[in-house]
Design a protein around this ligand. Structure first.
Ligand code: ATP
Length: 275
């Protein structure tokens, strides 16, 4: 992928006194299933993501990580507590938020170019401008030769690049990622992690990255949140003081990385066993 040094994330206006990008205050989220049973996914959970911060969320399977993202997007409302984005209570779908999920959100019947242009077109950009921007993003994610290809003609890693272009083209101030790379093989995954950091580091956006993979969380993030087994609440928070830029192929062999991994895993392991 080409080096990226232009703004993809919209720079938030204002100064350091601003509210955090995302705040969850004592949030509880309870689901009532069709047979009337209650499941508490999150309990009294608080989290704060600063503007420009890269936060990773880890926790045992089924604890409530994806639920956290759904609360930030406004797809779910908390049973108790408050969720704020840029200082305002969440109220419906916020166009400042972009998503990348495990499953590609590409339209299989559209070419790469049409997929990438879809966001700006939907937001009302004139067609020529939307396609000019799409071509620029296709180039930035290294898919110049594949603009006319369809998703089924691409590898998993290439489809993920389309997903990143589709998301970054909308200049999100907040990017929510739910195990975006977990379906990729190890090498492609490492490449994509590096590409994501390149995109993110050039901009002022905030990222919440949910993953099962503790090493991925540490390699990418400024801060790792460890959740408890369900009902999830915050178990601990770890600032990751590894210097940036980080080289994904090398960072996990550094002694500091190994020390941090060991510490967080000791914490996470207890919860995985409970789950
Ligand atoms: N819409 C829903 N209705 C009922 N229960 C739900 C709903 N969404 C999630 N849950 C339940 O809430 C709990 C938390 O789910 P969530 O998907 O947030 O966990 P997760 O930590 O992301 O899981 P995983 O690690 O397996 O991806 C699970 O027990 C799940 O079954």
């Amino acid at each position: 992928m080409n080096a990226i040094n232009q703004n993809a994330f919209a720079k938030p206006a204002g100064n350091a006194q601003q509210s955090p990008a995302i705040e969850l205050d004592n949030v509880t989220c309870r689901f009532i299933t069709a047979d009337g049973k209650a499941t508490v996914a999150l309990r009294d959970f608080s989290m704060s993501v600063a503007r420009g911060e890269f936060v990773a969320v880890v926790g045992p399977t089924g604890c409530g990580k994806s639920t956290t993202l759904s609360l930030i997007t406004g797809l779910l409302k908390p049973t108790m507590g408050q969720v704020r984005v840029m200082g305002q209570p969440v109220d419906g779908i916020d166009p400042r938020i972009g998503f990348v999920f495990q499953n590609d959100a590409v339209f299989p019947w559209r070419s790469v170019r049409d997929n990438v242009a879809a966001g700006p077109l939907f937001r009302g950009k004139p067609k020529d401008q939307a396609y000019e921007l799409a071509n620029e993003w296709i180039r930035r994610v290294g898919l110049d030769k594949f603009g006319d290809h369809y998703p089924h003609q691409l590898s998993g890693g290439m489809r993920k690049r389309v997903a990143l272009a589709q998301t970054f083209i909308n200049s999100p101030e907040i990017l929510l990622m739910d195990e975006p790379f977990s379906a990729l093989d190890m090498q492609t995954r490492t490449l994509m992690q590096g590409e994501l950091l390149q995109l993110w580091s050039a901009h002022a956006g905030s990222v919440v990255f949910v993953t099962h993979d503790l090493e991925e969380a540490i390699a990418l993030a400024d801060k790792v949140y460890v959740l408890t087994a369900r009902p999830a609440t915050l178990k601990s928070t770890y600032p990751i003081d590894l210097p940036r830029p980080r080289v994904m192929e090398e960072v996990r062999y550094e002694q500091r990385f190994i020390d941090i991994s060991r510490k967080i895993w000791a914490d996470l392991r207890e919860e995985v066993h409970i789950a």
